[in-house]
Design a protein around this ligand. Structure first.
Ligand SMILES: CC(C)(COP(=O)(O)OP(=O)(O)OC[C@H]1O[C@@H](n2cnc3c(N)ncnc32)[C@H](O)[C@@H]1OP(=O)(O)O)[C@@H](O)C(=O)NCCC(=O)NCCS
Length: 390
């Protein structure tokens, strides 16, 4: 008997810039519907009646993403009524957490077949959190705790603490756009993308199958940009170029026991060898991977030097640089297909989006071990260590 949880199918929508591109007015449940159908089509041997639960990660589950969105996605995708749905939130790691949660349930013997998903419509469901909804005790101490602190301010805090220059950050942003453009042009990002047909904000029917965030940028263009969170005169450094783009996307993975995959004659794609989350001072939330990665590595019984590919979410250039420095990441294998400054960060979907990119890179290069890690608002980090099987 082998109850090891394995990923047998995975896919994502293309990532679109929020408010500016094709998904800006699309209901996120519809994006989920089309992507989920596309991912399930990769494993036609699977009887949907065998699916136990759909676990959906979403960071801003308000407006169109509210209610128990996971169950609504089950119903929209016309899965059997017996398939349950739970919506979870660990902000930027929600998609990675959804996969870990499914794997935990399998290992606990609570079911054999699960769907993990992640979704975000930053066009329709993302914005500042009003003071009237905040807890007074926390709000009065936000300078010390950072629970409600805008993410851009935490990025400025990290840039200051690590003495990271704006030019160094712009170099990383340029690298991100250049590598993402190269990967797109060479078709490296395409294998995981499920085309999604929508009516765009201009009222035209379009098929979205290409990531929309990549810009033709330069050091000169970036140097001219205004800071977004703290005025330059007051020491601010973070511009839109040095921030992950706000994005819309959805991603799904089918996870089952190794036994079930064997029974259905499905070749598993990957398994997770280690997973960890770690908490830290919310004012420096961007440093989360520095704490989460060593825990996940230890649990996987591997070292970071053994990784063949690393997906470090670029929430902001400052925090990415701090993590690269402290974790001594090898830049030859870190975000080789570009990062979130170029491709976007659709928060709830990011964990599965990065896993798609990681598995595509490992397959392209016939390699084995990959790491997916990100910082998390409120002061956390998450990391997952994977082994590619096919
Ligand atoms: C920083 C932020 C406020 C900027 O918002 P925005 O102004 O709507 O951002 P945009 O992406 O539209 O960029 C603004 C402009 O700069 C341009 N720009 C962005 N990056 C650029 C680059 N590298 N080179 C040249 N121009 C660039 C954009 O093209 C855009 O110009 P346009 O209006 O002509 O299209 C927003 O991206 C943000 O909040 N990001 C972080 C999200 C977050 O916190 N996520 C969770 C992390 S934990």
């Amino acid at each position: 008997m082998d109850r090891t949880p394995v990923i047998v199918a995975i896919g994502r929508s293309a990532v679109q810039r929020s408010k500016k591109q094709a998904f800006a007015t699309t209901h996120p449940i519809e994006i989920c519907n089309q992507v989920l159908r596309g991912v399930l089509a990769k494993v036609p041997q699977l009887d949907p009646n065998d699916i136990e639960d759909l676990v959906l990660g979403c960071a801003s589950h308000v407006n169109q993403c509210s209610q128990n969105m996971a169950r609504l996605v089950v119903q929209r995708a016309e899965l059997p009524n017996t398939v349950c749905g739970q919506t979870i939130n660990r902000f930027c790691s929600s998609g990675l957490q959804a996969m870990a949660t499914c794997m935990n349930a399998i290992q606990a013997g609570q079911g054999d077949v699960y769907i993990a998903g992640g979704v975000e419509s930053m066009s329709l469901c993302y914005g500042p959190y009003p003071r009237e909804f905040q807890d007074d005790w926390l709000a009065e101490r936000d300078d010390e705790i950072g629970g409600y602190m805008p993410m851009g301010i935490t990025a400025e805090n990290v840039a200051k603490k690590y003495n990271i220059s704006r030019v160094e950050m712009e170099e990383l942003a340029l690298r991100s756009h250049q590598l993402a453009a190269k990967a797109r042009d060479e078709g490296k990002l395409a294998p995981s993308i499920i085309p999604v047909k929508v009516i765009n904000p201009q009222g035209e029917e379009v098929v979205v199958d290409t990531d929309g965030g990549i810009l033709n940028t330069s050091m000169e263009k970036m140097a001219k940009m205004k800071t977004c969170f703290v005025p330059e005169e007051e020491g601010g450094k973070i511009t839109a170029a040095l921030s992950s783009q706000t994005s819309d996307a959805a991603a799904f993975a089918v996870i089952m026991t190794m036994d079930k995959a064997n029974e259905l004659g499905i070749k598993p794609l990957a398994k997770m060898l280690g997973f960890a989350t770690a908490g830290l001072d919310g004012r420096y939330m961007g440093l989360g991977p520095i704490y989460a990665v060593p825990k996940a590595m230890k649990r996987a019984g591997l070292t970071i030097d053994q990784m063949d590919e690393i997906e470090l979410n670029e929430a902001f250039a400052s925090q990415a640089i701090a993590c690269i420095r402290d974790l001594h990441l090898n830049m030859d294998i870190t975000n080789p297909y570009g990062g979130a400054m170029a491709l976007g960060h659709p928060m709830g979907a990011t964990g599965i989006f990065l896993t798609c990119k990681m598995l595509d890179y490992l397959r392209d290069n016939d390699k084995k071990y990959g790491l997916v890690t990100m910082c998390i608002g409120g002061g956390m980090g998450a990391a997952g260590v994977f082994e590619r099987l096919n």
